[in-house]
Design a protein around this ligand. Structure first.
Ligand code: S3P
Length: 452
């Protein structure tokens, strides 16, 4: 098998497999951050003037948001330049599209655009694939209804139509789920509301919307709540002004090659230009506690966000207790953490995982079943996952059900790179929702994986 050349197409569909690979070595650039990419398109489309975005993650989820912005905003263009793709967005005012906005698999796209549509005072209908149709939207629709919006949903699920409300009212709300998507939807709607909207966030979650709103000229205030959280206040009636955005690399995607290096003997991998916003780095903090040889190098600031090159070397790891308070800062990294934990010595106990039940799949169930199939040892409860590590390679030799979940697919392929026997996954197509170059990047580091 050729370990230096991708066996599969760039956008892998169908089954894929990964088999034991020599040391993974070298450096690669992280793909653009998904959260920041969605927000750059949405805020750019709301702002007056031309917003220029570089480093946008051109993955299926983000391209769905770009398509939605094309239906709502005056102009969204992609130019090819010597430095790579340049997205130019001529924003505001928005129009009500005749056709439904189709957000595919993307919860972030659907939820943030619902808030933005409310704030822009246009009407729009929303739909998505089977997975997105099964995910809870009431958490966003509820506060939007409190602001005065009429919604057509059945049981808080897609499809849903939002009816433009011209006298949207500010609200005071406490987040009951630590969700940046819900927080962002409320803040985007608040831009068009009368009065000052106050959001109490009892547990801090990613703050890219707040940072980017400030970069686009909005005024908002953040005050500590005396505990773990904060209050955010934003006045309605503010307009945004276009600005240039450089999208940093995605720590949630960088997690896969770095985790692969930690569990594959002899490896030494660097992923360049990764966002290290402290509200996104819980995974890396946990790895350090497990004894991982992992370093943030060349730390710098780009477009108002902290960025670093992250280097990981194969390490002898031990199990740890991961507190519930860390969940918001690593919510998308639990599947790959579970794979790392399965290779560590001792037990890793992860708490506060209830949100994993309503991601692209029930990630607790997907991980538990997948680990059992490849010789791992995991147990779970409603909001916890316990993994007993083997202190080395897993057996492998099984076909994993991904449940159309990109992060389950990538996590189990990483397990295959260190496995005694190859690990196969039932469907690689969803990997393109967040990391279209996954196969190319992993093979460039020496991984033997591809579409089977
Ligand atoms: C995201 C927030 C998280 C995360 C998702 C992206 C965002 O979801 O799981 O992949 O960009 O705001 P929740 O905020 O619903 O936890």
């Amino acid at each position: 098998m050729n370990a230096t050349k991708a066996r599969g197409p760039r956008r892998g569909g169908g089954k894929a497999d990964a088999r034991q690979s020599g040391p993974l070595t070298g450096a690669a650039a992280a793909p653009g951050d998904k959260s920041i990419s969605h927000r750059a398109l949405i805020l750019g489309a709301l702002a007056r003037g031309e917003t220029r975005v570089r480093g946008l993650l051109e993955a299926d989820d983000v391209l769905r948001t770009a398509a939605a912005m094309r239906m709502l905003a005056p102009e969204v263009e992609r130019d090819r330049t010597r430095e790579g793709a340049l997205w130019r967005i001529a924003g505001a005012p928005w129009r009500s599209p005749e056709k439904s906005l189709y957000l595919g698999n993307s919860g972030t796209g659907a939820r943030l655009i619902m808030g933005a549509v409310a704030g822009a005072k246009v009407s729009a209908a929303f739909d998505g694939d089977a997975s997105l149709r099964s995910r809870p939207m009431g958490r966003v629709l509820e506060p939007l209804r409190m602001m005065g919006l009429e919604t057509s949903d059945q049981n808080g699920r897609l499809p849903v139509a939002l009816e433009a409300c011209q006298d949207l009212k500010a609200i005071t709300v406490k987040l009951t789920t630590p969700s940046a998507q819900v927080k962002s939807a409320i803040l985007l709607a608040a831009l068009g509301a009368q009065g000052v909207t106050r959001v109490h966030e009892p547990e801090l979650c990613r703050d890219h919307t707040e940072r980017m709103l400030a970069a686009f000229g909005a005024e908002l205030s953040m005050t500590p709540d005396g505990g773990q959280g904060r209050f955010i206040e934003i006045a309605g009636g503010q307009s945004l002004t276009a600005c240039d955005v450089i999208v940093p690399g995605d720590p949630s995607s960088a997690a896969f090659p770095l985790a692969a290096a930690l569990i594959t003997p002899g490896s030494d991998v660097t992923v360049r230009g990764v966002l290290v916003n402290p509200l996104r780095t819980g995974f890396y903090e946990t790895l350090r506690e497990m004894g991982a040889d992992i370093a943030f190098e060349n730390e710098r600031e780009e477009s108002g966000e902290p960025v670093a090159d992250i280097r990981a070397r194969h390490s002898v790891l031990h199990g740890v207790e991961v507190p519930a308070s860390r969940a918001p800062s690593m919510i998308d990294e639990y599947p790959i953490l579970a794979i790392v934990a399965a290779h560590a010595h001792g037990e890793t106990m992860m708490h506060g995982l209830e949100e994993l039940r309503v991601k692209e799949s029930d990630r607790i169930a997907s991980v538990e079943a997948g680990l059992a199939a490849i010789g791992g040892d995991a147990a779970s409860g409603p909001d916890w996952l316990r993994v007993r590590g083997k202190g080395g390679a897993l057996k492998g030799g099984a076909l994993i059900k991904t449940h159309h979940d990109h992060r389950i697919a990538m996590s189990f392929l990483v397990a295959g790179l260190a496995g005694e026997k190859p690990v196969e996954i039932d469907d690689a197509s969803m990997i393109a929702t967040s990391f279209p170059d996954f196969f190319a990047l992993m093979t460039s580091l020496g991984g033997d994986l591809g579409v089977s």
